[in-house]
Design a protein around this ligand. Structure first.
Ligand SMILES: Cc1cc2nc3c(=O)[nH]c(=O)nc-3n(C[C@H](O)[C@H](O)[C@H](O)COP(=O)(O)OP(=O)(O)OC[C@H]3O[C@@H](n4cnc5c(N)ncnc54)[C@H](O)[C@@H]3O)c2cc1C
Length: 393
């Protein structure tokens, strides 16, 4: 098989890239190791920045998102028993949209299928070759046979545990990593959210987040020790602990129910530099991970893909290498800004017993400053709604 761009991974990064390239008349094939059902079953991100909303529109898949997505103009921060609203719209003129990653993936898959584009699901033993030459190749196994795709470029959209980053020669990439000493225990339930916007909670018992996927579906998280197993938390224990971390008003309003999904996610900050090696380009979680506190993971995947699709379009339509040559530097500038914000917001909202009582007092003083200073609140809001694609250029 021959294509212009071989995309590894059918997560949001790979599917969105495929759609943007299709709109520009560039041929791409997606190779995914899992099945459609498996990819759609992964419960992950839920908050879209304006940049991601615009990209869904540009890809021609925004209709359902605009119909079913929930526009949020702010979020609440709860600490020392008091709630404070960060008014995103007033502070930045922008909003965010609550629309689940599963729905984003669904819309992109439907569009791909309707356009008759090739996606190879359940591809075994995917390997990438010769990306330091002008004729890269991808191999995979399916139906008991080995298949090969010849291409001009490989887009590594295969997530943190994918094959692409791991195939770059050791020493050609530099990795930066921080692992946090706790995880997030997440529960998805078919219950109305406790509040119409998100509530970020800094409590003495640990961080909590009241999030949502729709007006009838809630997503809640608790900071837990990394050693905790989701199975060891009964639904009752989860709701009891969540209520203890909320203020009385939210605690009284909380509607509990059976969990549809329950999992513990570790928290990590991770960046690979550069994000390009020859004709192999890394995008999304394949290149970087943020702790989910800032809701940036999916949004960064979307902005990488925008830069990458622009670079390929310039290459094919204008015979220019400029976008390709600048891809890594352009992405990394935005990535590091989001990494910094996610790390800072995580540090502000979680319990770090190793920092002692003074650490907690520092947190409380910073939160107090943040909500009483418009400048400090605006800084949070600006980062939360996301930077524009061409910031500072
Ligand atoms: C449990 C969890 C909760 C999260 N919660 C949030 C949140 O609340 N907010 C937020 O912003 N972000 C969150 N994230 C992060 C967000 O989901 C990711 O940033 C986003 O999925 C990145 O998209 P991606 O396409 O780059 O990678 P992925 O979604 O990981 O997609 C990669 C794809 O590549 C495939 N693949 C992997 N290896 C291979 C291979 N060898 N060959 C072929 N295909 C391969 C995978 O099966 C997968 O389909 C969460 C992540 C996790 C794991």
């Amino acid at each position: 098989m021959r294509t212009q761009v071989a995309i590894i991974g059918a997560g949001p990064a790979g599917l969105l890239l495929g759609q943007l390239l299709h709109k520009a008349g560039i041929d791409a094939v997606i190779v995914e190791r899992q099945s459609v059902q498996y990819v759609l079953g992964r419960i992950r991100a839920g908050v879209l920045e304006q940049v991601s909303i615009d990209l869904m529109d540009e890809a021609g898949v925004g209709e359902r998102m605009h119909r079913d997505g929930l526009v949020h103009g702010g979020f609440d921060m709860l600490f020392k028993g008091q709630r404070h609203r960060i008014d995103l719209h007033h502070l930045t003129g922008k909003n965010v949209m609550v629309y689940g990653q599963t729905e984003v993936t669904h819309d992109l898959m439907d569009a791909r299928q309707a356009a008759g584009l090739t996606t190879i699901y359940e591809a075994g033993n995917v390997t990438v070759h010769d990306f330091d030459s002008a004729t890269p190749r991808v191999r995979y196994e399916k139906g008991g046979r080995t298949h090969e795709i010849e291409c001009d470029f490989i887009a590594g959209c295969d997530g943190f545990h994918g094959v692409c980053r791991a195939s770059v020669p050791r020493g050609a990439l530099q990795e930066f990593e921080k692992i946090y000493p706790f995880g997030w225990l997440g529960v998805l339930s078919e219950t109305p959210p406790v509040h119409h916007e998100l509530v970020y909670v800094n409590s003495l018992r640990g961080f909590a987040l009241c999030s949502q996927r729709s007006q009838t579906r809630s997503r809640y998280y608790l900071q837990v020790p990394l050693t905790d197993k989701a199975d060891a938390w009964s639904d009752d224990a989860f709701w009891r602990e969540l209520r203890l971390r909320l203020d009385p008003e939210a605690g009284a309003k909380l509607v509990t129910g059976v969990s549809i999904e329950k999992s513990v996610a570790p928290l990590r900050s991770f960046v690979t530099e550069p994000m390009r090696f020859g004709r192999l380009f890394l995008a999304g979680d394949a290149a970087h991970i943020v702790p989910p506190t800032g809701a940036k993971g999916l949004n960064l995947a979307a902005s990488d893909v925008k830069y990458l699709s622009t670079a390929f379009i310039e290459f094919y339509q204008e015979k220019s290498h400029a976008g390709i040559d600048h891809y890594s530097a352009r992405c990394l500038r935005r990535v590091w800004r989001a990494e910094r914000f996610s790390w800072w917001f995580t540090g502000l909202m979680h319990r770090f017993p190793e920092n002692g009582e003074i650490g907690q007092k520092f947190q409380e003083a910073e939160l107090d400053y943040l909500i009483h200073s418009e400048a400090a609140s605006r800084s949070v809001a600006e980062n939360y709604v996301g930077l524009p694609l061409d910031f500072g250029e």
